[in-house]
Design a protein around this ligand. Structure first.
Ligand SMILES: [Zn+2]
Length: 65
């Protein structure tokens, strides 16, 4: 399956997160670590040069990606 990313296009310094179809892999989305009502969140097939969230990389077993 193609990797998907959740990122906020309106927040310049925000990071991209791996998206598993329901939640970020770091669980920040479902646990309230991110403001879901904030404008600009999109799910995309690429991270557009944004840095990937550390917790997402560790949880996905891709610490160097
Ligand atoms: Zn994350």
């Amino acid at each position: 399956m193609q990797q998907q990313y959740l990122l906020n296009t309106k927040k310049r310094k925000s990071k991209a997160h791996f998206w598993n179809g329901k939640d970020t892999v770091c669980k920040m989305w479902s646990t309230g670590g991110m403001n879901q009502r904030r404008d600009g969140y999109v799910i995309l097939a690429e991270h557009h040069g944004k840095e990937i969230c550390n917790m997402c990389r560790i949880n996905a077993g891709k610490p160097n990606e």
